[in-house]
Structures are given as C-alpha cells and as structure tokens.
Design a binder for this molecule. Structure first.
Ligand SMILES: CC(C)(COP(=O)(O)OP(=O)(O)OC[C@H]1O[C@@H](n2cnc3c(N)ncnc32)[C@H](O)[C@@H]1OP(=O)(O)O)[C@@H](O)C(=O)NCCC(=O)NCCSC(=O)C[C@@H](O)CCCCCCCCCCCCC(=O)O
Ligand SMILES: NC(=O)c1ccc[n+]([C@@H]2O[C@H](COP(=O)([O-])OP(=O)(O)OC[C@H]3O[C@@H](n4cnc5c(N)ncnc54)[C@H](O)[C@@H]3O)[C@@H](O)[C@H]2O)c1
Length: 728
C-alpha cells in the first residue's frame, strides 16, 4: 500500500492503491509506518512522498466513508495522525506531485514541508461536491498558504487549480521537468532542517483584512446559486475559522463542521451520486459484449444533420472537442441560420473567456456547412437532429445507408422514437444507435445513448467513448418510447399538469419544485424546451396509436388526459422563443419568467368548461405525486430492461434534468423516503386517481416493499419479476 525504499540519504515512500491512490485506512497506516521508519533511521536525512501510477492521490477513500463511527471513535491511524507525524518530523518531508492531488492527498502535501509538481498536475479540494469539507485540517492550512480569499474560492467551489496556478499561489515550491522522482530526491538532498514557517500551523493567514466582507459576499452567493446545499456553507465557515481562531481552535471548529456534514443526508446523496455516475458508464449486455471487452470505432470526423436548436449545440460539442464536422441542412436559408447559431454559441464562450477569438476562428475552420447530404459519404459517425418525425428520419437513414461508407455509425438524436423503427430503414441496423442529447446540447452534461435490438457492441462502445471525448456523462439504455429520461419525466410532468388542473397555478407548482431543489420548475422547463415540441410529440404519439388529439380530449383509451398544455399551444404560446408560454417574457427569447393572467384565465376557463372544482393542494402532495409517479415509472423501466440499474436512472435525472445532487436522484430519494412508504402512497393515489395508469404500482417496487426489509439499492434488481433483458 505504501512502499518504502531508500535512495542514498533520502527515504522514498510511494503511495500505492490503484487506480487513484485513494487514502484507505491501509494506505494511511502504510504511510504512517513508512514515515516512522524513516524517522528512526539515522542514515535518512529527508523524505519524499510520491504517488504510484497516474496520480499522487485522489484523497480519502470515499468507499470507507459510510463508516462514520470509525471516524468518531478516533480508533487507529487517521489522516490527522499521520499528518501530525509528517509535520512534526525533524527531517524535511517533500511531496512530489503528479496527476491529481485532491482532498486528503492535498492535505498530506500541506502537512509536508515542501511541495514539488510536474507541469500537468492538478491540485484541489473537491470535498464540497461529496457534501463534506476538507476534514484533515485542509481548511486551516490552505488559507495559511494562499490567503483567505483564494482558499475560500478553492474550497467552496471544489475546483482544482493547475500546477502553474498553484505555483503562483505558493502552494507549490517548484515545478519540475523530467523525471519527478529524480528531481524530488535531488531537491530533498539539498534540505537539512525544517524551518519554523515550513510547518504551516505556525504561520498566520496572510491577506485576511477583508475576510468579513468576502465571507458575507460569498455566503450571499452560495445562498443564491447553490440554494439548499449545506456543504458550501460549512466549507465557508471552516475557512473563516482559520482567520478568526488560533490554529488549535480552528481545527476543532473544522472537525465539528466536518462531522455535521459527514452525518448529513446530503453527504449520503452526494457520495451516492459520485459512485452512481461511474456505475452508469459501465454497460453490460452479456459476457462477450460489455464495456470491458468491446472495441470502439475511432471517430475522427463526424456529420450532423439538422442545424436547429439541437443540431447546432451538438455540432459545437463535437467541434470544441477537436472533431471536424460536416453540417447538413435542408436548404441554404436554414443552413445560414444554423451557422449563425453555432457562431453565437462560440461567441458566448469567448465572452465568458472559455476560449479566445482566435481559438473560435480555428474551431470554425473545421466546420464544413453544406446542403448536400452526399458530402457525408466518408465521415466516421453521423448524428441526425431533424424534426421529430419518424417518416422523415426513416427516409434520411435510408439515404445515409446508401451514401455512407459501410462502417459509418448512424446516430439519431430522437427524444422519443423507437431506434429499431429507424434502424429498420437501413441495411445496417447494427450501426444504428440513439444519442439523445439534452438542450442546450453544448452545455448539458448528459448523453443518453440508446441501443436497439440490433445495435452492435462495437457501435455502443463507439458512442460511449465519443460521449466522454465530448465531455458528456454517458448512460446506456434500451430503446422504447421516450427511453428512460423522457419516459420518467413524462409521468412527472403529466402529474404536475393534473395538479394545475386540480387547483394550483404553474408558478405555484414551480416554486414548490424549486424549493425541493430542482433548478427550474417544470413549467419553466416546458417554456425553455418549447411548448410546440411537447405538442408535436403528443400528436406524433396519438397518430401512431390511431387516435385524434384535440383540446377537448379528456380521456385517451380510458386514461385521464389534461389538455391545458394543448390550449397554451393553440394560443400561439410556444414558450421562451415566442416570448410567452406558461409564463410571459419581456421579449421573444427573454429569460425572466413573469406570471401571466392570460395563462391563469386559460386554466380557469378550462376547469370551468369541464365543471372541475379547484382545491388547495399541499406541498407534500405535489412532491409526492410528481416524484412517486416518476419513481414508479423508473421501476417499470427496470422491469422492462430499459434501464439495467437504478444508478442509470439517477444519473439521467442528475445530469439531464438538474435533479439536486444532494438528493442523489429519484431512485435514491425513494430509498431515503423508504420503499414501503413510497409503495403505500402510490396505492393511496391509485385509489384516488384510478384513471391514471401510472399509479398502478410496479411489481418490482411492490416486491421490495413487501419483503419486510430495507433492501439496499444495489440489490433492487434481484426483485425484478420479469428479468427479460440479457443485461440483468
Ligand atoms: C481521481 C479522479 C480525478 C480520476 O478520474 P478518472 O476519470 O480518471 O477515473 P474515475 O473517476 O472513473 O475513477 C477511477 C476509479 O477510482 C475510484 N476513485 C477515485 N477517487 C476515489 C476516492 N477518493 N475514493 C475511492 N475511490 C475513488 C472511482 O470510483 C473509480 O472506481 P471504479 O470502480 O469505478 O473504477 C476522479 O476519480 C476523482 O475526482 N475522484 C474523487 C476525488 C475526490 O473527491 N477526492 C476527495 C475525497 S474526500 C477527502 O479527501 C476528505 C479529506 O478531506 C479527508 C477527511 C478525513 C478527515 C478525518 C477526520 C476525522 C478523524 C478523526 C480521528 C481523530 C484521531 C486522530 O487524531 O488520529
Ligand atoms: N429541443 C429539445 O429540447 C430536444 C431535446 C432532445 C432531443 N430533441 C430532438 O432533436 C431533434 C431536433 O430537435 P430540434 O429541437 O433541434 O428541432 P429544430 O426544429 O430546432 O431543428 C430541426 C432542424 O432540422 C432541419 N431539417 C429538417 N429536415 C431536414 C432534412 N431533411 N435535412 C437536413 N435538415 C433538415 C430543419 O431545417 C431544422 O433546422 C428532434 O428529433 C427532437 O425530438 C430535441
């Protein structure tokens, strides 16, 4: 775990816990033993700590976190014990850093007396994103090096800094070229003693005159931008303690704030999210077809068809990742509009200093706009983003099949349509796959990749790898109407439309959702994605199922239907783009949503026409109805093999819909509420709303709820009554 060797008078202790040298109990114990061995050896004059493999250290081992009892019992060797041993050591200790030096790893480096790094190293405290704070004195030590304001920014944001930036801040003493170990040993040999100010606990916090002002400003920002999160606030308070209190009291305050977070439900949710987004990328069809063994096709060039809202954002994602794009539109007018859209997205990046003007120009050099689909003949992969119309997509895929080279992967950005039906129009269904981006496609981190019955493992591996290359978090799901994201979101939003039909106004519903932690209420989301888009999807589905949808529709095959959204559409209110939707905006494309009495009239008239008596609906009822409807559908996705594990559903909600990370995702939320309770409330709502089939409880949920025990999420799929998918 920690390998000890001697090079002349220097003891080298190598942190070794692949893949990221997470500081497990075993590694920390090994490190402690190594440092003590070096201290006890009179031939040793100095000590180098270095990481084995790709990183110095990714910090404390998060898998050991649930054992809070271990932390509080103060048993065994902790990061704090070894930290004290390092800092009080009379032989100079040098941390030699490469890869990442995060969290507890950086704390070890800050206990050391000197820090060197290679140019590409990254240093930071990402604890806040796990719902905790740097609990091995990082909040008290970093400010003593970089001052209050920089420490506050680094610890509250969790964002790492590059080695050159760390050198500028004084976190690093030196950036080294060439072999890190050789340079570190050489450096260590030049050291004899440990000066007083090299033990950070002896040093006052510099530049702390305006700490009160910075504290207040930051607190206000956190409350506005990270509403509901407690970790950033405790991080801030802990850093402030470094200014307000002597070191020995500061660390006590840090410990108290750390323990408060560590035992919180939010930390459990955020740590679950860390692991679930990694679990979600691990796809598995069978022993010979899974993420470990399947090879991808390298994507060196790509095509995008349709340069509308989605196509332009998708093109930007590819271009900014260095992949040349041929962009195809149906005519030159739409092509021109698409190019302008792409330019304006890139220009936004320049404005935000994410790229320079010259980088933007270089990116545009690898964009080839055209109205000729034949130009796509030799690209490696194509993403289609034309209107949501099955016939149109089938015609297009059939054409592509004839034009493109045999191994070109054909992707559709459809948000609902069956991938098998699209693949059917080609002679290469194994190369057809869904790549469902979320709007705005260049910003939203999720990519819901969708495989059909014939999609090959090679095609899946290709889009999963591409997702990472274009900085997206991929999840693989199986085809069905709406896949996992829209299938579950549909039940959530449908239930909220029923709530509006029964008594609340859209802004009242949105306020409740935003207080729950959603970044935007459902009606604001509708306005953003386009009320016409939802209308078209409902129409398309109605046609496919052979019924006629009108603003008078109240039931579809005996199922309750709420036509208010269709009435909003009929009124020409398509959302933000037309300056009015569920809300009123100052102008088309405006951002500030204002309550519109005309919308309230549409709703009230709708209820009057149907003879509905409106009622008050509690916050609890709103949250239960929308969340439990989505959760029940999530269980059905598992039953149908559309999702293979709850973590996939949660990752989709976290990164596709901005579900609050501290709640882990809807399935994790269900586990926290308790599946027994979720199941009972679903049965209660089924009694009250028998005309809504999403209140028929999933059998899988029922089985778990009735098992009489608290089944951990990792075991839920064992209760699947219909394990039809080979993925289960
Ligand atoms: C490191 C990464 C940047 C790597 O990214 P990459 O994309 O390359 O790969 P993956 O993300 O897929 O990761 C690969 C693999 O590794 C696993 N993993 C990564 N990091 C960790 C980790 N920290 N712990 C466990 N496992 C980890 C990951 O799950 C993958 O596994 P898989 O099975 O899927 O292959 C990237 O992974 C990354 O960013 N990691 C997280 C970094 C992070 O968040 N670090 C912070 C950790 S929290 C921390 O360090 C807390 C500290 O402040 C210490 C607090 C301790 C305080 C104790 C105080 C109380 C003591 C009281 C006792 C007193 C008595 C006494 O006085 O002694
Ligand atoms: N808007 C969203 O929020 C969203 C999110 C995820 C997925 N989607 C899906 O993405 C797809 C595109 O949606 P959008 O919102 O970008 O639509 P959009 O109307 O903004 O853009 C569609 C573009 O396709 C072009 N087009 C139509 N037929 C074409 C053809 N034969 N050849 C070349 N170009 C053609 C149109 O000119 C238009 O510019 C749809 O399948 C939709 O369901 C949309």
């Amino acid at each position: 775990m920690a390998e000890y060797k001697e090079i002349d008078s220097v003891a080298v202790i190598e942190l070794k816990n692949p893949p990221a040298n997470a500081l497990s109990k075993a590694l920390v114990t090994g490190l402690n033993n190594g440092v003590k061995r070096a201290i006890d050896n009179p031939r040793i004059k100095s000590i180098v700590l270095i990481g084995n493999g790709q990183h110095f250290s990714a910090g404390a081992d998060i898998t050991e976190f649930p054992r809070v009892a271990d932390v509080t019992s103060k048993q065994g060797v902790s990061l704090l014990t070894v930290g004290d041993v390092i800092e009080s050591c009379n032989k100079p200790v040098v941390s030699a850093i490469h890869g990442v030096c995060f969290g507890g790893g950086l704390e070890i480096a800050l206990f050391s007396h000197y820090r060197l790094a290679v140019q590409s190293a990254k240093l930071g405290f990402p604890e806040v994103s796990l719902g905790i704070l740097p609990g091995a004195n990082g909040t008290q030590r970093l400010p003593r090096v970089v001052g209050f304001e920089v420490a506050m920014d680094m610890i509250v944001s969790g964002k790492p800094v590059s080695a050159p930036q760390a050198l500028q801040y004084g976190i690093l003493d030196k950036i080294v070229d060439g072999d890190l170990l050789t340079a570190a040993v050489q450096f260590a040999k030049t050291l004899n003693t440990v000066p007083h100010d090299r033990r950070l606990k002896n040093v006052p916090v510099p530049n702390s005159e305006n700490a009160n002002k910075h504290f207040e400003e930051k607190l206000a920002k956190i409350k506005q931008k990270q509403r509901g999160y407690i970790a950033p606030i405790n991080c801030l308070k802990a850093v402030k303690a470094s200014v307000d209190l002597p070191y020995s009291e500061g660390v006590t305050k840090e410990f108290q704030l750390f323990m408060e977070l560590m035992s919180s439900a939010q930390a459990r949710g955020q740590q679950y999210s860390f692991f679930s987004e990694r679990a979600a990328t691990k796809w598995y069809l069978s022993a010979s077809k899974n993420y470990k063994v399947s090879k991808d096709i390298p994507v060196k060039t790509a095509g995008v068809i349709g340069a509308g809202t989605m196509g332009s954002g998708i093109a930007v994602s590819l271009l900014t990742s260095g992949i040349p794009v041929i962009l195809v539109e149906q005519d030159s007018k739409n092509l021109e509009r698409g190019i302008e859209l792409i330019k304006s997205i890139l220009q936004g990046g320049v404005k935000l200093k994410r790229m320079t003007q010259s980088q933007m120009n270089q990116i545009l050099q690898i964009l080839q706009p055209t109205t000729k689909i034949e130009d796509l003949q030799s690209v490696d992969l194509i993403i289609e983003a034309v209107f949501e119309n099955l016939k149109l997509k089938q015609e297009l895929f059939s054409k592509l099949d004839k034009i493109c080279k045999r191994d070109t992967v054909l992707c559709s950005n459809t948000s609902t349509l069956d991938i098998d039906k699209i693949a059917k129009s080609t002679s290469r269904p194994e190369k057809v796959v869904g790549t469902h981006f979320f709007a705005p496609a260049h910003i939203m981190p999720l990519l819901e990749n969708v495989y059909g019955n014939h999609t090959s493992a090679e095609t899946i591996a290709t889009v999963m790898k591409l997702s990472k290359k274009i900085r997206k978090i991929p999840v693989l799901v199986k085809t069905c109407h709406g896949f996992v994201a829209n299938r579950t979101f549909f039940e959530y939003s449908q239930e909220l439309r029923f709530v509006v039909e029964e008594g609340l106004l859209p802004n009242e519903v949105d306020d409740i959702l935003e207080d729950f932690g959603m970044p935007m209420g459902v009606f604001k989301v509708n306005d953003l994605s386009g009320i016409d888009v939802g209308w078209r999807i409902r129409q398309e589905q109605a046609i496919a199922n052979g019924f006629n949808l009108t603003t008078n529709t109240r039931y579809i095959n005996g199922e309750r239907y709420c036509a208010i959204a269709d009435k909003i559409f009929q009124a020409g209110r398509y959302g933000r783009k037309t300056g009015k939707g569920w809300y009123q905006y100052d102008k088309p494309g405006g951002r500030v949503a204002m309550v519109d009495p005309n919308v309230n009239n549409i709703i009230l008239n709708h209820c009057k026409e149907l003879g509905l008596t409106r009622r008050k609906i509690s916050t609890q009822e709103v949250i239960e109805r929308c969340m439990f409807a989505a959760i029940n559908e999530g269980f059905r996705c598992l039953e149908d093999g559309i999702a293979s594990k709850p973590e996939e559903i949660d990752t989709i909600w976290l990164h596709g819909f901005g579900f609050p990370r501290y709640r882990g995702g809807p399935m994790f939320y269900a586990s926290q509420v308790g599946l027994r309770k979720v199941y009972e409330r679903i049965k209660y709502y089924q009694k009250h709303f028998p005309e809504t089939s999403h209140w028929i409880a999933s059998e899988m949920l029922q089985r778990i709820a009735e098992s009489g025990r608290n089944v951990p999420i990792s075991e839920w799929t064992k209760f699947n009554p219909t394990p039809t998918s080979s993925r289960l």
